[in-house]
Ligand binder design. Structure first.
Ligand SMILES: Nc1nc2c(ncn2[C@@H]2O[C@H](COP(=O)(O)OP(=O)(O)O)[C@@H](O)[C@H]2O)c(=O)[nH]1
Ligand SMILES: [Mg+2]
Length: 354
């Protein structure tokens, strides 16, 4: 049954993609109005926890694990042998976990082949194979998931729509880099609202980074220019630049980002450039559409997937990486300053399957 659905879906892909684009644009426009958020409440960040790195990831991925692994376990238990119907059921679970139709179909095709070649008949062996295939498919699409920050210095440009978690991510990333002994400067390239600048300044203070900003409404490229001059003069290792996501349409977005990129290329050619796209995991397939738009607008070098702690849609990581070829480099698993982790395929897959 699912097969037919997929075929239909493929046909509809083109018009659907158009519609998705519209959703992204509409979202950006809505953001233009500026959602009122209590900054004090936002900045009331709780204490650091002392769970291990992997345990924290597991806790963060709790909902995704429940939505996926518990269902998979139940299905596998209900089958006496491995047959086509079992594959259909697995397919349905993966699609529901926001892995995306194309990636899901590829995973299931490969799983079916493995089962055939290895003559697997017991359903309880299928989970291990599924896990291996997911790891494989993610690694094939993208071999490098770590931030490219060596050799220093590096400029990290952070892009994404309003509310995705850019500012929070910059604060957390700065905190992690400071803990590694790096000198960090943050430039407030989102000049749209005074509150956004204040929010970023607060995060800079908390993480111990220097902060460069201009007045509300000023030219973002000018802020980045000053950030670069400061980074050079103070011999900073990392310059992290915030940008605004509240832009009317793709053309404006492109113009604004390109202006910033030109300043970076011209003023700081010796620095490595990392362009991180921040996506909100709770938006599921919409995060995929946003990624497609941003990919057309600029050269994204990595993705930060935030709010994985609050969603069962964590499977979107798999689609981003295998379908769009975008390496997921960091994941946000909470609102605290130490809730940003480097992404690792093996850890991620183990955390959602165990
Ligand atoms: N639960 C959770 N919330 C997050 C995470 N990252 C960001 N947020 C929240 O998402 C909201 C928007 O974040 P913000 O950094 O202001 O987004 P920006 O508009 O892209 O700069 C804030 O309330 C953050 O606390 C995360 O990893 N987990
Ligand atoms: Mg912001």
């Amino acid at each position: 049954m699912f097969k037919n659905l997929f075929k239909r879906k493929n046909k509809e892909d083109k018009s659907k993609e158009k519609e998705e684009r519209k959703v992204v644009t509409e979202e950006i426009e809505r953001d233009e109005l500026g959602t009122k958020v209590d900054e004090r409440e936002r900045l009331d960040i709780k204490e650091e926890s002392n769970l291990s790195f992997f345990d924290k990831l597991k806790v963060g991925l709790d909902k995704t694990r429940k939505g996926m692994t518990e269902k998979i376990d139940a299905i596998l238990k209900s089958y006496g042998k491995v047959d086509e119907e079992l594959f259909d059921d697995l397919e349905e679970i993966l699609v529901t976990a926001d892995i995306g139709i194309n990636t899901t179909m590829e995973i299931i095709d490969r799983l079916r082949d493995r089962v055939k070649v290895e003559k697997v008949t017991e359903p309880d062996r299928v989970k291990g194979l599924l896990k291996e295939e997911i790891k494989e498919i993610m690694k094939e699409a993208r071999k490098e998931n770590s931030l490219s920050i060596e050799p220093l210095p590096v400029v990290i440009l952070v892009v994404g729509v309003n509310g995705a978690g850019k500012t929070t991510t910059i604060g957390k990333l700065s905190y992690n880099l400071k803990n590694e002994g790096k000198k960090v400067i943050i430039a407030a390239g989102d000049t749209f609202r005074a509150a956004a600048i204040e929010q970023l300044e607060e995060w800079s203070n908390r993480s111990g980074a220097d902060f460069i900003s201009h007045r509300e409404g000023s030219d973002p490229a000018a802020v980045i220019f000053d950030g670069i001059q400061a980074a050079k003069a103070r011999k900073a290792d990392v310059l992290i630049c915030d940008t605004a996501g509240r832009l009317h349409n793709k053309k404006n977005l492109m113009n604004e980002l390109n202006k910033i990129f030109r300043v970076v290329d011209r003023e700081y050619p010796e620095a490595q450039k990392e362009v991180l796209l921040v996506l909100d995991a709770t938006t599921g397939q919409n995060a995929i559409s946003q990624a497609k738009v941003f990919k057309e607008v600029c050269d994204i070098t990595g993705v930060v997937l935030t709010k994985l702690d609050g969603t069962a849609k964590g499977g979107v990581v798999i689609a981003l990486q295998s379908e769009l070829g975008l390496p997921v480099k960091l994941v946000g698993i909470g609102e605290k300053i130490d809730d940003l982790q480097e992404f690792n395929v093996d850890d991620f897959v183990e955390a959602i399957f165990n």
